[in-house]
Ligand binder design. Structure first.
Ligand code: ZN
Length: 272
């Protein structure tokens, strides 16, 4: 009887261990599946009148094709940051205009709210209001198009160039905000000024992976600038670019923060 009791005890213990292992294993599989899912984030593009993507949409892309519409140019920018920076960490941006039904499947083209400085399409950093006015116009255009006040995704504005009070281009090629991703926005210079062999705006650099947009999207997902890693995506001095896909590193903490914040964005979907 005693032997039977010990046997029973051993069997129960083994059974408990087995059940625990199954549960732990399931938990492990579940967490891993969650980790491996891709978060799809809508982007509300608007292009400002005067930016090359609007005035002369003809641009050779890094995939060997020529983009000749505003939409295809801006789609390629998202593809570049998806392929090089964001898909490897389970984030995928897509342009919201793909959700529209034809013939209205266009990205809103909006007026330059301040044409007093330099060329049309520029944003003057001396006018603090201009960026906000562009975002407001863009949001209004999307509200009209989608018939909703509850706009999904991140607003991204394609401008001509950032300029100073004299209308001359400056070493700023993008702006991105915020630590709270629910109110995030991005403004970027047209990639005709930052991509290989076409930079006639400032002679700044070659940006084959559209690191500028990638960096600003990092801000839109709640990351701050860093100063410790020159190869980091959020390094505060992007002028070191040499045309190779370098300088796009994200550490574990940044990746975790991006993925957590991404889920706060209206319309973001977590699917495999
Ligand atoms: Zn920055």
């Amino acid at each position: 009887m005693k032997m039977m009791g010990i046997k029973k005890q051993i069997t129960t213990t083994l059974l408990s261990i087995f059940v625990l292992c199954v549960i732990l294993n399931l938990c492990f599989i579940f967490t891993n599946a969650e980790k491996n899912k891709t978060i799809h984030i809508p982007v509300r593009w608007c292009a400002i009148i005067g930016s090359p993507a609007v005035t002369s949409p003809h641009f050779p892309n890094p995939y060997g094709k020529i983009d000749n519409t505003t939409e295809s140019i801006l789609d390629t920018l998202l593809q570049m940051i998806n392929d090089n920076i964001y898909n490897p960490i389970g984030i995928s941006f897509y342009s919201l205009h793909h959700n529209l039904s034809k013939p209205n499947d266009r990205i809103p083209i909006i007026q330059d709210p301040n044409t007093g400085v330099g060329k049309v399409g520029n944003q003057s950093i001396s006018n603090q209001m201009e960026g906000g006015e562009m975002i407001e116009s863009c949001d209004n255009a999307w509200k009209d198009t989608l018939h909703t006040e509850n706009l999904p995704g991140i607003v991204v504005i394609n401008i001509r160039l950032f300029v100073n009070a004299n209308g001359n281009s400056i070493d700023t090629f993008g702006e991105g905000c915020c630590l709270d991703p629910r109110i995030s926005f991005v403004i970027v210079s047209d990639n005709q000024f930052t991509s290989a062999n076409t930079g006639n705006g400032s002679g700044w650099h070659i940006d084959k992976v559209d690191k500028v947009l990638g960096h600003e999207m990092g801000h839109a997902l709640g990351l701050s600038d860093t100063s410790n890693n020159p190869n980091g995506l959020m390094y505060n001095n992007l002028k070191r670019d040499d045309g190779t896909p370098s300088g796009i590193e994200l550490d574990e903490q940044q990746i975790a923060k991006i993925r957590m914040n991404a889920l706060l964005i209206n319309g973001a979907i977590n699917i495999s």
